[in-house]
Design a protein around this ligand. Structure first.
Ligand code: NAD
Length: 495
């Protein structure tokens, strides 16, 4: 286990207490309180971040409101150049950002580098291009008297509150900030209290790229304090939230008073279906990535693996061997395949699900326990596979958000589609088959915002991502997310 933070991030860890950035100036919380941020692989305190309250949110919203008129009226090409410059700066500082993400979140450095930070730069570049492409329409109206010329404008909303979880702090933050800023809004970002370091560095880089002070503000702190204050603030036009369905429900209720607009990216319990004609080696690999990437702390994790009964024994045997070979370790160590869970509380929660799986009669094929020795102080759990899982079991119904795979068997296509759809969630789904007709038929029948065929966990800035049912509403990424940060005005001209 490697414990020393490398040189590349040490200066930032020292400054992290000044993690509230308002109008381009970093400082502590108004009341001076702070929160330790922990390396989940060792349990050691990495740095302390400011615990923002409603007073800090008040200042940040005021700053974003002041910056809004000039940011929205900046020439779109100039706005786009700043966002593109930020994409370049992210690439130039990729190593530092990846190391920070790994230290704070625990994920292996290769994931931080090649999945998180690499896509972060592409997301900023993609939305930088949109600045000059947010266009209205002219409309062929038929007024009862006279003639009219009618056109629409896509206008920014104002101040956006972006509330982000801990599993992909920089990536999900960028999914919200880049389109909101591209559309001409200003933003107050509230990262997770567990992983705020990369957001702090991102805001510094944004200022360096030329983003005017006040356009992007950062308030670190607890959800129930800083997050809640953003939801309650009448000066915030929209909140874009990613997190659990339980918090999402609270946000919907709290937003009713101000009728705030919301985008909600919530939990999932995604089905990954292996038909008997699939390439089984590829399906096994896809099932492993589907559940063990980021220690299973992925909203679209393929946590319900439906396997056709004719191929179930072979596939489960393969999964068991491969899961057993996954090397746990500190995310900065070279040979690490999988890191720790985010916190002691999350570890305890996931272990509770493992216990419930055993108690409700599922077969524990591998994992379920914690490694000892050098890993004892970190929040590690071995990759876990259950077979003989019934649809009624808790591990097949609830989002675990950890490295726990439930394998269920099925016999025919209609049955598996029905069972896959029998979930309150609808974020994503996967299916593995070599039958092209079946691929499309099942992809269309699954109730999910994203369906992967013969692949899993693939994302791109161009493709919208978001949920059906209790997985939320609105979309991140793609043109749809950008339009979600605009409002339409119809302008009538009497001719
Ligand atoms: P969480 O709901 O506990 O917290 C998410 C964010 O909301 C954090 O910044 C937190 O501080 C803040 N928050 C908490 N209570 C709040 C309140 N009352 N008012 C305002 N803000 C509040 O979620 P988490 O544990 O950080 O993340 C895990 C969850 O996120 C999982 O359920 C996962 O499925 C979901 N998730 C969804 C997506 C998606 O795109 N659909 C992506 C990643 C994670």
């Amino acid at each position: 286990v490697r414990r020393e933070p490398p040189q590349v991030v040490r200066p930032l860890l020292g400054r992290a207490g000044n993690s509230i950035v308002v109008g381009g100036i970093a400082g502590p919380a108004a009341d001076g309180s702070d929160i330790p941020t922990i390396d989940p692989a060792t349990g050691e305190v990495l740095a302390r971040i400011a615990a923002g309250s409603c007073f800090d949110v008040e200042r940040a919203v005021a700053s974003a409101s002041r910056a809004f008129p000039s940011w929205r009226s900046l020439k779109p090409a100039a706005r786009g150049r700043i966002l593109a410059d930020l994409a370049d700066l992210i690439e130039r500082n990729a190593e530092e950002l990846a190391v920070l993400e790994t230290l704070d979140n625990g994920k292996p450095l290769t994931e931080s580098q090649y999945l998180d930070v690499a896509m972060v730069a592409e997301v900023w570049r993609y939305f930088a291009g949109w600045c000059t492409k947010v266009a209205g329409e002219t409309l062929p109206v038929s007024p009862p008297v006279g003639e009219s010329f009618v056109y629409t404008r896509r206008e920014p909303l104002g101040v956006i509150g972006a509330i982000v979880p801990w599993n992909f702090p920089l990536l999900i933050g960028s999914w919200k900030l880049a389109p909101a800023l591209a559309a001409g809004n200003t933003v107050v970002l509230k990262p997770s209290e567990l992983t705020s370091l990369s957001a702090l560095r991102l805001v510094e880089l944004a200022l360096e790229a030329g983003l005017p002070p006040g356009v992007l503000n950062l308030v670190t702190g607890y959800g129930t304090e800083a997050g809640q204050a953003l939801i309650d603030h009448p000066g915030v036009a929209k909140v874009s939230f990613t997190g659990s369905t339980a918090t999402g429900r609270r946000i919907v209720t709290a937003s009713a008073a101000s009728l705030k607009k919301l985008t909600l990216e919530l939990g999932g319990k995604s089905a990954n279906i292996v038909f008997p004609d699939a390439d089984l080696a590829a399906a096994a690999q896809g099932a492993l990535t589907g559940i063990f990437l980021n220690q299973g702390q992925v909203c679209c994790a393929g946590s319900r693996l439906f396997v056709h009964r004719d191929v179930a024994d072979d596939l489960i045997a393969e999964l068991s061997v491969a899961a057993g070979a996954i090397q746990l370790g500190h995310g900065l160590a070279d040979d690490t395949d999988m890191g720790p869970l985010i916190s002691a509380a999350q570890l305890e929660r996931v272990q509770g699900y493992v216990t419930s799986g055993v108690e409700q009669g599922a077969d524990l094929v591998c994992g379920g326990d914690r490694p000892g020795g050098e890993f004892a102080d970190g929040f590690f759990l071995r990759p876990t596979v259950f077979s003989n899982v019934g649809d009624h079991m808790t591990i097949a119904r609830e989002e675990i958000f950890g490295p726990v795979l439930s394998v269920l068997t099925f016999t025919d296509e209609d049955e598996v589609v029905r069972r896959a759809n029998r979930s309150e969630y609808g974020l994503a789904a996967g299916l593995w088959t070599n039958d092209v007709k079946r691929a499309h038929r099942v992809a269309h029948a699954l109730e999910a915002g994203t369906v992967w065929v013969n692949m899993y966990n693939m994302l791109d800035p161009v493709a919208p991502f978001g949920g059906y049912k209790a997985s939320g509403y609105g979309r991140d990424l793609g043109a749809e997310s950008l339009l979600g940060y605009t409002q339409t005005k119809a302008v009538w001209i009497g001719l």
